[in-house]
Write a protein that binds this ligand. Structure first.
Ligand code: HMG
Ligand code: MG
Length: 338
């Protein structure tokens, strides 16, 4: 309905860049995030603590987190910067950045374990160590994709992720969970079981995840199948207010699928400026729905995303130029041509 607020999760700096072949300098990634932070966006996915052998482009994510904790972009409101973690090793890598910045972590050149602070060094009112504002885990709806993307089956993934969620939530770090290939798999084709998606959504929520982002990784979703998926999720008791739509635009259906998700009651949409993005383990799949398109659409139906479309379009154009790519947003191109 008109007037409803929709939260946009900008995934450009992570999903948008992870598939880029050329090395992108750290300074450019940080500038990208800083520019996005001036557009009104409140959720900007900033990197991934995954294996650098698997996804080399995300190898400097600890430097990005360190920068965001030390010198966050100035903003009149808090901005959430989620990072992906695939396993406990990734979670520990993220936390070790925080530990390094903890006021308790160093004296006389020695590194202390901030979980066991030395009482003599502990100030009366210790400043808490900084923390990531949110972390994201990811799992897939088919074993084939799961094996290609994370080298384990769905069942093994659940076992691997359970302690990640337990540990992070014990530190009050919210965990978002992605389910990939919900509407089509590069290896198994378009007919992915919606029952598996519903079952996984419920398991991840029971585990303690705060939000489920449904990934149409391949962009194979069509309006009727997306609608059917949401119907099945609802019938399985998955609360719509816990869901986000993450639609890739390979077949040009991403914005249609966003509209179907909104119609089903979903109020969180993932997107990337200039339509950047793609998964290294989903060959041929193109970028996410462009943030410019989502904002333009939401404004046209009177739903408030709370971001400045003109500024978003400028960032989309800037990042396309830096990457030497054509701007993948039609709205962005149209606005900038005016
Ligand atoms: P593995 O090879 O089975 O892991 O990979 P392992 O535990 O056997 O360890 C192997 C090596 O990786 C070891 O190093 C580990 O230390 C290291 P070595 O001894 O060989 O030098 N390692 C790590 N290094 C850094 N950070 C870590 C880490 N873990 C192990 N966290 C693993 C398993 C999950 C690590 C690997 O498969 C991986 O990193 N996969 C990530 C793939 C990825 O990032 N895909 C893109 C993101 S998902 C996506 O795009 C979809 C989404 O957008 C939604 C949608 O569109 O559907 C979210
Ligand atoms: Mg994606």
């Amino acid at each position: 309905p008109s007037g409803d607020r929709v939260r946009i999760v900008e995934v450009g700096p992570r999903d948008g860049l992870q598939n880029e072949k050329g090395i992108i300098p750290l300074a450019m990634k940080i500038e990208f995030i800083e520019r996005l932070a001036k557009t009104g966006l409140r959720d900007i996915e900033a990197g991934a603590f995954v294996s650098p052998k698997w996804v080399p482009q995300m190898a400097d994510s600890s430097r990005i987190l360190e920068h965001l904790l030390k010198a966050p972009p100035t903003s009149p409101y808090p901005i959430n910067y989620p990072f992906l973690v695939p396993n406990l090793k990734g979670l520990k890598a993220a936390l070790s950045v925080c530990e390094k910045l903890s006021p308790l972590s160093t004296t006389n050149g020695k590194t202390a374990n901030s979980h066991q602070p030395d009482p003599e060094r502990t100030p009366v009112n210790p400043v808490p160590a900084p923390q990531p504002t949110e972390l994201s885990i990811f799992i897939a709806a088919t074993d084939s994709f799961s094996l290609k993307n994370t080298n384990c089956t769905i069942a093994e993934s659940l076992t691997r992720l359970d302690p990640v969620v337990t540990f992070a939530t014990s530190l009050h770090i919210p965990i978002r969970a992605y389910i990939s290939v919900v509407l089509g798999c590069p290896y198994d084709g378009p007919h992915v079981s919606p029952i598996t998606v519903a079952d996984l959504s419920n398991k991840l929520l029971d585990m303690g995840c705060s939000e489920i982002s449904l990934g149409d990784t391949t962009g194979m979703g069509t309006a009727p199948r997306t609608q059917a998926l949401f119907r099945i999720l609802r019938d399985a008791g998955v609360p719509m207010e816990k869901l986000a739509g993450h639609f890739h635009d390979t077949y040009g259906q991403a914005l249609v699928n966003c509209a179907v998700a909104l119609d089903a009651g979903v109020r969180v949409l993932d997107s990337s400026v200039a339509g950047l993005g793609g998964c290294p383990y989903a060959r041929g799949a193109t970028g996410n729905v462009a943030t410019e398109e989502v904002v333009y659409f939401l404004q046209s139906v009177g739903m408030e995303p709370g971001v400045d479309l003109g500024k978003i379009a400028e960032v989309g154009d800037w990042v396309s130029g830096v990457l030497g790519r054509e701007n993948g947003s039609r709205v962005g191109k149209a606005l900038l041509a005016r």
